[in-house]
Design a protein around this ligand. Structure first.
Ligand SMILES: C[S@@+](CC[C@H](N)C(=O)[O-])C[C@H]1O[C@@H](n2cnc3c(N)ncnc32)[C@H](O)[C@@H]1O
Length: 219
């Protein structure tokens, strides 16, 4: 019985990994789907509080883009989109593609503390759009969000632990912000910072669980 259940899980997981990760790379000739465990990162700078690299599911990025575009409406383009822990860049690439389809121009930035991942993100962006994307090598703990001079859409796909999330929210402070949190393991940190939940979705697989929060008070 257990062998049967395990093989069924293997088949289901492989199907979703193909549909939600590998297919994106096949269609766009990018390289984002292969996982890299943080223990394999070779770095001279500390990688404390961070998690493994693995790519977001295509359908989740599309759902989250559609929700925020409708929710924020005309002002959506004025928000600076930042993927914290962007890895190989998939979220930034797809967000830009979805914006293009709707004729929206929006600032998009990806940040990751592992340089080889940033190099891959840049190369993926160049391949897809034939221009340079905005990817920064650095620790989110050191990022100056105020310097962007815009309200923010922050994308989190299970990038780090609660200590780092608390640190990031302190740095964001009072900047009007929406936080998309996929695999929201430490959502309580957002509640502790008085963020309000405006969207919740869950599914059989943890990659299908997303919460969206904001610190913007509704009038
Ligand atoms: C689960 S992956 C998410 C990748 C990408 N956002 C996506 O959805 O496809 C988490 C990423 O966060 C990065 N990361 C973790 N802690 C970080 C930190 N403190 N500063 C910058 N990047 C960090 C890791 O290197 C890893 O690439």
């Amino acid at each position: 019985m257990t062998i049967f259940k395990n093989s069924k899980n293997f088949v289901v997981n492989s199907f979703y990994n193909f549909k939600e990760r590998i297919l994106f790379d096949l269609v766009h000739r990018t390289t984002s789907s292969q996982r890299l465990e943080i223990e394999q990162f070779i770095s001279t700078t500390p990688l404390d509080h961070g998690k493994d690299y693995y790519a977001s599911w295509t359908s989740e990025i599309k759902n989250n883009h559609a929700f925020l575009m409708t929710h924020i409406n005309d002002d959506f383009k004025n928000y600076h989109f930042v993927d914290l822990g962007c890895g190989k860049g998939k979220v930034c690439l797809l967000w830009h593609k979805l914006n293009q389809k709707k004729g929206i121009q929006q600032n998009i930035t990806g940040i990751d503390f592992y340089y080889p991942l940033i190099q891959i993100a840049k190369s993926n962006y160049r391949k897809l759009f034939l221009e340079e994307g905005h990817f920064i090598h650095g620790n989110v703990a050191d990022f100056n969000f105020l310097a962007l001079k815009k309200p923010l859409i922050i994308y989190l796909f299970n990038p780090f632990d609660e200590y780092m999330l608390d640190c990031v929210l302190n740095k964001i402070g009072k900047i009007p912000t929406y936080v998309v949190y996929n695999i929201p393991m430490h959502w309580n940190v957002l509640s502790n910072h008085a963020y309000q939940r405006i969207y919740a979705k869950s599914g059989a697989n943890q990659n299908q669980t997303t919460l969206i929060y904001t610190n913007i008070k509704s009038s």
